[in-house]
Design a protein around this ligand. Sequence first.
Ligand code: SF4
Length: 410
Amino acid sequence: MTRPALVAAERRPTRQIHIGDVAIGGGAPISVQSMTTTKTADVDATLSQIYALAAAGADIVRCTCNEQEAAEGLAHIIPRSPVPIVADIHFHHEMALAALEAGVQGLRLNPGNLRKEAEIKQVAAEARDRGVPIRIGVNAGSLHPELYKRFGGATPEALVESARTELAYFEEVGFDDVKISVKASSVPLMIAAYRLASETFDHPLHLGVTEAGPPPGGLIKGTAGIATLLAEGIGDTIRYSLTADPVEEARAGRQLLEALGLRERKGLDLIACPSCGRAEIDVIGVAREVQQALQERNLPIQVAVMGCVVNGPGEAREADLGIAAGRHRGHLFIKGKIVRVVPEAEMVDALVHEAERLVAEGIEARLAAADAGAEAEAEADRRALFEAKGADANQAGQKVELIRRTVADG
Ligand code: SF4
């Protein structure tokens, strides 16, 4: 199906790293990440969440490695995971070493709470020897106290300095297989920090608004921060941090990239009009039904549900497929061209059926299979509705007469 052009500015060039088989930076497609909420030691529960995250669009999944049992769990999870696994490390450098031993494809270290230079270097040297990249995951909420004091708070400069210090330790042991994040829960702070980081480093950047909270507020904050930076060409991999089922994070990440034209569409893109006084059907209800039916079938298609035939097909003419309601009938259209007129009760079924055939056969074939006379039937409906709705509801005739008289008398 037709895809829109990229909306982002030219992407900032970065070096490339690999988390397992997923390339990050250096022009690679922007990847989506999420994090499990299960105990990593619970192998079955964690694997089942990883599969759900991968199905929802996650390219990489992070699991906490906070205790020995978690590292042992990782050893069982990694070979069975459909996507590369990153171990999240705070406080205990020996957990990073254990995670490397378990075979993780990436590490995330928080420089704010893993502070001993010798331990950091030991982890970096081990990662270097095993060819495993590390994310320097700076977080405004857990900034090193010394930096907090020196910069008078968690400023963009302080966050970037934290990453720079860690990077210098890594470089001393000859390790620079690194990506960087400078997250904050404040969107303006996060945006400023990433802009500065993108000027300072050529390492790939992992974007996120941390602790964004539950949806919809968390989604809005995450989107405000991540999308702003992506539109400036900044960012190589993204994660929404939502207080919700992590599947929502993965889905949101994927949908954001698809909406920006930065990843190929994998699933449904549903366009629906907001409805208005012209609507001939319950647009919200029909849109929900269509979404459910098409999402289950996982069709990579753009579908429009429009509440009326007067404006609907024209407003949604770019959609691959759509339906507009009018006079108790549904007008089914492909790329704005009416191909069938069906009774209102059959609208959703007809749309789903056509969606399946469209994906299987292509747009040209389905346009060629349009019902003869569908356009004329639709036009008759449109005219009848237009006349009915426009049957001088505003008493236009009288008003025009009044206006003319007013102007003449004036
Ligand atoms: S498509 Fe029709 S019902 Fe929907 S918003 Fe536009 S004019 Fe209103």
